[in-house]
Ligand binder design. Sequence first.
Ligand code: G6P
Length: 613
Amino acid sequence: MCGIVGYTGSSQAAPILLDGLEKLEYRGYDSAGIAVFSKKKKSEPSIEVIKAKGRLKVLFEMTDSGKSVKGTCGIGHTRWATHGEPSVVNSHPQYAKDKRVVVVHNGIIENYQELKERLMRDGCEFVSATDTEVVAHLLDRYYDSDPIDAISKLMYHVRGSYALGILFQDRPGEIYAVRKDSPLIVGRSSGGNFIASDVPAILKYTRDVCFIENQVIVRLTGKDIQFFDVDKAELKKEFTQIQWDTEAAEKGGFKHFMLKEIYEQPKAVRDTISPRIKDGKVNLEELNLSQEELSSIRRIQMVACGSAYHVCMTARYMMEELVRIPVDVDLASEFRYRKPVLEENTLVIVISQSGETADSLAALREAKKLGHKVLAVVNVVGSSIAREADSVFYTWAGPEISVATTKAYSTQLAAVYLLAIVLGKARGMVDEQAEAEMVEELQRLPEKIERILEEKERIQWFANKFSHSKDIFFIGRGLDYASSLEGSLKLKEISYIHSEAYAAGELKHGTISLIEDGILVVGVATQSELFEKLISNMVEVKSRGAYVLGVTSYGNYNMEDVANYTIYVPKTMECFAASLVVIPLQLLAYYVALGKGLDVDKPRNLAKSVTVE
Ligand code: G6P
């Protein structure tokens, strides 16, 4: 979490830094700060540090959008507090005495306590509660006119994850950066060079970007960029051209990124599916998995966090039925520590939008350590998970800014469907005709999503009625249970309404005692085999006073016999239904949060990219 940015070149730095931080605010937004080599005294370089608690707009106001801060080289940070409450003193940049070394940090220094105690015994004074201040003091201690040497020493002493932007006071015009397990990119342009946690921060200025690998140190001046390894040997690095444009990361007339991203789903799903269909067949050659490898897979272990975990849940139901292969699903934070026992020929699939989620990355490494192949379904090109996996399936959702994921989720579902078809074929469970029918239906999904979006007013009207609820429950069976989990998460993360999702059959084992008069229960029912059973569960809650919203496919009109209100989605193959029912659930969450006047894109306490445990 936290976003860092840096610029050195011929233009005024502060407006560029603030501009970049604005694009990174999704990573954290409880405080922010910048540090710029000031031009006040030419003979004696000094670094001006400005920090503010609260949203970035406070820093914008304090600095007249950066215009009042002179200087052409600086670093910036937007924070999601881990060590120490959100406050000016805990916000970054952090620095050692006299600002000889100034740093911004994304990540966590795990041994900071031990390092801090040692530094304090040696007389070092700390002012903040952050782990980052330790980095500033250590660098200050190791620095003796050679920044690369100081950073390399630092790397041998700190444990944990970090992307650091560093200024050394006696090196005006120079930025140093280094990463381990937290994202960092470098950008170059004729007007100057950049560092950032993510591409949108600098896309306005350059498309020429290098994704920095772990344990690489970077030195930037306005004209030059050099890379070094931990032993200070210089490295050569490739730059790539970013293909998508800034508009993809702007609101484009929508009130919120979330709504814009909900509307981008037809395109995102199409972009993810289309390139993988060749002559009416699914082609996943990009994964570099041979037919032998595919058919030798005996079990699938899926791991992820948050919404991506719900995609895994969907995949389990879908793949076990279609491919007849056992699928285990784990939360990455549990998998990494539960000492998993994986059978031989288990394919591990890690799903992650950002490709940087700390627990998912650790789960990937754990699986590789155990000798298993890892296939990653990732949205961000060049991200850590993408780089470390054996095969990568890129979802082409484009940049997702809103903290609550929507389009990335939909493309992950599409990825899982394509994988299921390929695995099903390799195992002889999907024949040519079945493949052709599924491919045809997959290609129709975007247009069906569009049709649901056309009916958004009905959902908005309904959402307004329930925006003051205290509790909302979601129930479903099978695939619909997985969709319920996602609907419930979406709602609680942005509306702050307590919500739970239950496998409908499990409700009787305790949770039904929470049902009271007027409580909203959303019943998701798209699976014909389970439809009647779900209807019975809806009757059970309704007879205890619940107000029941049914979400089902056109044709299932007997839903109206029990539901107080029904939302229909177009019919599709039942194995793909999750892609359609999730749309009204996303819209419901969005409009409830909107009705409550909340900051939809930046819900409290959350961050989009969770790069800490
Ligand atoms: C955060 C986001 C969620 C996301 C989860 C996993 O909690 O708010 O939307 O599902 O992280 O992120 P990943 O990038 O690994 O998909």
